[in-house]
Design a protein. Structure first.
Length: 114
């Protein structure tokens, strides 16, 4: 079983930056995929970004060029650097892991004020 714990959310003005962290503990493998999803009020959860052990990265079109996902394999931690934040980025951000996204964190709130 894998536990994912997010941190780093908060309130920021439009144009600002935040960095989210997600630490994984438990039985992760060398191929453990990690990523971020978000869910805004009244909307479905959506994919934001993911990263493989090889450091191959994938992004939603809405965040390309503004968000950067990275990982520290030695620490089993994934990061999401969010720059040029917009009010529409306001959501609860969830860390996810595993081949089929079977592991989830508790979520961290990101609020971007206009």
């Amino acid at each position: 079983q894998v536990q994912l714990v997010e941190s780093g959310g908060g309130l920021v003005q439009a144009g600002g930056s935040l960095r989210l962290s997600c630490a994984a503990s438990g039985r992760t493998s060398s191929e453990y995929r990690m990523g971020w999803f978000r869910q805004a009020p009244g909307k479905q959860r959506e994919f934001v970004a993911s990263i493989r052990w090889s450091s191959s990265t994938y992004y939603a079109d809405s965040v390309k060029g503004r968000f950067t996902i990275s990982r520290d394999n030695a620490k089993n931690t994934v990061y999401l650097q969010m720059n040029s934040l917009k009010p529409e980025d306001t959501a609860v951000y969830y860390c996810a892991g595993g081949r089929s996204w079977g592991d989830w964190g508790q979520g961290t709130q990101v609020t971007v004020s206009s």
